[in-house]
Design a protein around this ligand. Structure first.
Ligand code: AMP
Ligand code: GLY
Length: 421
């Protein structure tokens, strides 16, 4: 099969690395990819939101399957677009636009959870039409206050505020366009106190297989301080996710979600990412994502020994329910090396050295690009360094040692991934 992966981050490099190991994969393309994905296949310079060019490339290169990495093309309807007669034979791994609203609209996701009785924070949906109702809801809550832009806001659309007057003014600012169209509708939620973790399934919209769980570290600073980022590192498995918690996650969250997807007749052939929080032993959904996480992918996928292309094929031939994943009992850690200044302003184009003697890690490129013989930084998150060990602390130590060896001007990384486990 000829396979095209869409995206350019650490998640896509990791998917490319895994897909490239499958005997079912003939030619692998990554659009646009990065300096790392070149080691697994051919990079293609495409704008993945320009569906016409993706289609032209796919037809010209006899693509049999497209694996969509990030959420934007899914929310924009790439799966729907490829239903046209001349591309309907291409297996699209990812949900259609309607189903992708589970990530693309917080209000849609909350209504879905309410309908299928999936545990999540109590909420109210506010637009400029019912602002007073929103303010009354804030009055009924105790701080902190959680305000979420309904639409995609590049991971910045959630505000957590201690002060009610500030919450009211931020609510007004959001409705007046603080996050553009994405915040013309706002979800206000009760604050849940607990520890977060993530679980993932691959579903064909009816059945599902369970992937390993993970915990990512979103704050830029050690000890979970400072600004939110896309993710500074991750661990899998998560030690506190014991059998009893897994049992509740399956019965109270995953199964009702898959039931809802089936009942709503969603066209969903892809990953569901459940962002969960453990509140005194009870799991609640913080958010759904309609794709794998980054950097969670870089610890989840390396623990799976099953052929991933075989699994993707099972989404389309109705055999998913007969699949079980082979999962390594080893722990995986990943540490993100980022550009100085991230998640604020940072510079790009810094030469990276030390990649060839980084030790016992798999290096997944996130924001890099090739320039002749050189590999240059090309984003906030630059490299994800994944290590495996029986003991997750030893895995983290290997990731950290590699981050100390690899050099680029302004490099930064967290040394304390897993500190709270
Ligand atoms: P989201 O974009 O929905 O994942 O929200 C970003 C982050 O905000 C989450 O990872 C949580 O840390 C936090 N958060 C979101 N909703 C809540 C909530 N209801 N209670 C506590 N924290 C939350
Ligand atoms: N690491 C969080 C995400 O991918 O959304």
């Amino acid at each position: 099969m000829n396979i095209l992966i869409l995206g350019s981050g650490g998640r896509e490099h990791c998917l490319a690395w895994k897909i490239n190991q499958s005997p079912l994969c003939d030619t692998l393309y990554i659009a646009p990819g990065n300096a790392g994905t070149r080691q697994c296949g051919q990079n293609v310079d495409l704008n993945i939101l320009d569906f016409e060019s993706v289609k032209k490339f796919a037809l010209d290169h006899n693509i049999d399957m497209i694996v969509v990495g990030p959420e934007a093309p899914l929310v924009d309807g790439i799966v729907d677009f490829f239903r046209q007669a001349d591309t309907a034979h291409i297996k699209m791994v990812g949900p259609d636009a309607y189903a992708a609203q589970l990530e693309g609209s917080k209000a849609f996701a909350k209504k879905f959870m309410e309908k299928y009785q999936i545990p999540t924070a109590a909420y109210t949906e506010v637009t400029s039409e019912n602002l007073q109702e929103g303010i009354r809801f804030l009055d009924s809550l105790t701080p902190p206050y959680v305000l979420k832009a309904d639409g995609l806001a590049a991971g910045k659309g959630v505000l957590i505020l201690e002060n009610k007057a500030k919450a009211v003014s931020e609510l007004q600012a959001m409705l007046s366009g603080k996050f553009g169209q994405a915040s013309s509708r706002v979800v206000i939620e009760t604050f849940l106190k607990g520890i977060e973790f993530s679980v993932f399934v691959l579903t064909d919209g009816k059945e599902y297989v369970l992937l390993p769980e993970a915990k990512d570290y979103k704050r830029v600073g050690e000890g979970d301080t400072g600004l939110n980022t896309g993710g500074m590192g991750a661990i899998s498995p998560v030690p506190f996710v014991n059998d009893s918690l897994w049992d509740k996650v399956k019965k109270k969250i995953i199964e009702p979600t898959i039931h809802g997807i089936r009942a709503e007749q969603m066209d969903y052939k892809g990953f569901v990412f459940f962002g969960l929080i453990n509140v005194e032993g009870e799991p609640y959904v913080i958010e759904y994502n309609c794709r794998l996480g980054d950097p969670e992918t870089e610890v989840v996928i390396p623990r799976i020994s099953t052929d991933i292309v075989e699994l993707f094929n099972a989404l389309f031939d109705g055999t998913l329910s007969s699949r079980t994943l082979k999962i390594s009992p080893m722990a995986a850690s990943t540490v993100m090396m980022v550009s100085g200044g991230y998640p604020g302003d940072f510079e790009k184009g810094k030469p990276i050295t030390g990649l060839s003697n980084a030790g016992d890690v798999t290096i997944f490129h996130a924001g890099t690009k090739a320039s002749g013989e050189d590999i240059l930084t090309n984003g906030g998150r630059v490299l994800a360094l994944t290590a495996m060990d029986r003991d997750f602390r030893k895995a983290v130590a290997k990731s950290v040692a590699a981050a100390e060896t690899i050099q680029f001007e302004g490099k930064y990384f967290r040394k304390d991934i897993g500190f709270d486990l």
